[in-house]
Design a protein around this ligand. Sequence first.
Ligand code: GDP
Ligand code: MG
Length: 437
Amino acid sequence: SLSERLESAFKQIKGEGRITELNVAATVKDIRRALVDADVNYKIAKEFTDRIKDKAMGEKVLTAVSPGQLMVKIVKDELVELMGGTESELQSKGNPAVILIAGLQGSGKTTFSGKLANYLKTKKGLSPLLVAADIYRPAAIDQLKVLGGQIGVDVFSEPDNKDAVDIARKAVIQARSLNKNVVIIDTAGRLAIDEAMMTEVANVKSAVNPNEILFVVDSMTGQDAVNTAKAFNDRLNFSGVVLTKLDGDTRGGAALSIKYTVEKPIKFVSSGEKLDTLDVFYPERMAQRILGMGDITTLVEKAQAQFDEEQAKKLEKKIRKNQFDFEDFKQQLEQIKKMGNIKDLLGMIPGVGKAIKDIDISDDAFKGIEAMINSMTPFERSNPDTIDTSRRKRIAKGSGKDIADVNAFMKQFEQMKDMMKMMNKMPMGGKMPGMGG
Ligand code: GDP
Ligand code: MG
């Protein structure tokens, strides 16, 4: 798998403290090839690996993980980012909400329509109406009716009506009178992009003004999936993508290429012919699939936590010897930032979350402090006592703060150190909650 390949590419540099340009160059080539093998478009794979290269350079390698494992994590994080970061919500509110399903023949539109109706009914408590707007194959209507029967969802069809736009319009009216709150329109597809098909779907779109237009694509079609997605998007400006047939041996690289090319979120993935095998799309899971990875991410995350712990121990020692300085202060700020924003952190304290719900707490407070520390020289940071008036003036200038801000900050810092000193003298050994990383 790709993650195995990455790890082995890095095996020889075990023990090095940093990922170096040389190592990265060789590995990046490997990643690129592996991504292409996973059906990622070459140009996209290249741009992607160029970014990985920049990101990997200068990453510190932790003692607990190999550089290869760290590299896998970097690649994974970037993949997740590229695929949108988090899942994307389906708009299913309306009177009724209209969801138009489009895609090539055989991509899985009708099957997906059934799955989506089932999902909205069972998971969202909605009352859907399925609409058979594939007017070319009589069997298509029967197929949707069978699916509707299995999940207990009504199907609107007019076997003798050869006008998809008219069927769609009538279905929406019917939905209102039947008190259905979401209409799913299953349209006809062709084997390849074709003007008549596009015109028809575009006409249905203008007639019913859908809340969502979902483009359904077979993930097994690899690179072709990207071209198809582009053609449909140019014409329909769809709102989301559905990747089907992920139960096959596809690695899912199409997800990456499509998202990158059309800049539309992937909303669902479908894997199997059973009606309950529809999943909301999670970039995290797809990244893992593309990489073919097991537990590496967790391992690296654990190692990073361990790294923080080592730092915390060092810090404790310094506090005990009263050597806490601005460098330590800065590291602590970074730790806090890693944990999330201040409001979220405060919100975790029982009773506090509700009280601060409407208060705007920005993280900017830290920014000023960080700017001041950044304007100190390394010597000043480790020797706070040497920071006299002229140095304070320079720090104020460098950080865009007033001399009064610097003075206030220096005073706070001294008070903090006094408090640490006091705690050191306490019998319990001065264990400080929050300072332990
Ligand atoms: P349509 O022409 O776009 O409406 O596609 P259909 O829904 O009729 O599906 C075409 C074929 O693919 C059928 O044989 C489906 O059973 C099958 N199919 C659809 N979705 C999936 C899926 O997620 N996994 C698998 N293995 N087969 C699927
Ligand atoms: Mg169909």
